[in-house]
Design a protein around this ligand. Structure first.
Ligand code: SF4
Length: 226
């Protein structure tokens, strides 16, 4: 297992302030203080392994001797041999600080800065994979992000990441939730055209949406609205 530790995180207070629509009056001081707390509490790390697609069925794919049940993953890996199961986190520090805060707005700011840092950590991992393995296009999928690939599939995914609890401090609960909460996991795979889970997810008003929903594309994956 390869470990990336530490991952540099570059947080721009002004850009985040604008993204969160914080006015220079009112909540400005609260935001500034939450931003400083968040910056000091983040310790981003990631782990990944290299695995190979071994077999495909109508409903899933076998990777490194482990079966995954997802038609979308199976289709995305149709012409792929090598994949990169991963986990990334910003550590438990920010959550611990947020637990000590009572102000809901301050909690919201801490959470928002944490999410931005976590996306940076995953991007750093992606760029590392891109340069280490001379890959042009890379996409990822995560268990639990689509009905087609339920969260229980975190278990087979984490079977590739043995020791990840000790190396980067990420573990799975019995209900397949990652601790620390500000963690992400999934499988990166090479692609010609970038794939986003959001293209197959019809959820309305999601602030995290990265691409529009396409019923046409969902149809090509054999999944309809859900
Ligand atoms: S639209 Fe939102 S809920 Fe749906 S996959 Fe994208 S980020 Fe996740």
């Amino acid at each position: 297992m390869e470990i990336l530790d530490p991952i540099p995180i570059d947080l721009d207070a002004e850009a985040i302030r604008e993204e969160l629509h914080v006015k220079r009056t009112g909540a400005w001081d609260l935001f500034q203080s939450a931003f400083e707390i968040a910056k000091d509490s983040i310790a981003a790390k990631a782990a990944y392994v290299i695995q190979y697609v071994e077999a495909r069925s109508d409903h899933g794919v076998m990777i490194g001797g482990v079966c995954f049940n997802s038609r979308v993953l199976r289709k995305n890996l149709e012409h792929v041999e090598r994949v990169f199961p991963y986990a990334a986190t910003i550590g438990p520090g920010l959550e611990e600080r947020a637990d000590q805060v009572n102000d809901l707005l301050e909690k919201y700011y801490l959470d928002a800065v944490g999410n931005i840092a976590l996306m940076q950590a995953r991007k750093f991992l992606e760029e590392t994979l891109r340069s280490r393995f001379a890959l042009n296009g890379l996409s990822f999928m995560s268990p639990g992000s689509l009905k087609d690939w339920p969260i229980e599939e975190q278990r087979p995914l984490f079977s590739f990441l043995e020791g990840v609890d000790h190396s980067i401090g990420v573990r799975l609960t019995e209900t397949c939730i990652m601790i620390p909460w500000k963690s992400v996991s999934g499988i990166y795979f090479p692609t010609g055209i970038t794939f986003y889970n959001c293209q197959l997810c019809p959820r309305d008003r999601c602030v995290g949406r990265k691409a529009p929903y396409s019923s046409e594309l969902a149809g090509t994956y054999g999944i309809g609205q859900h």
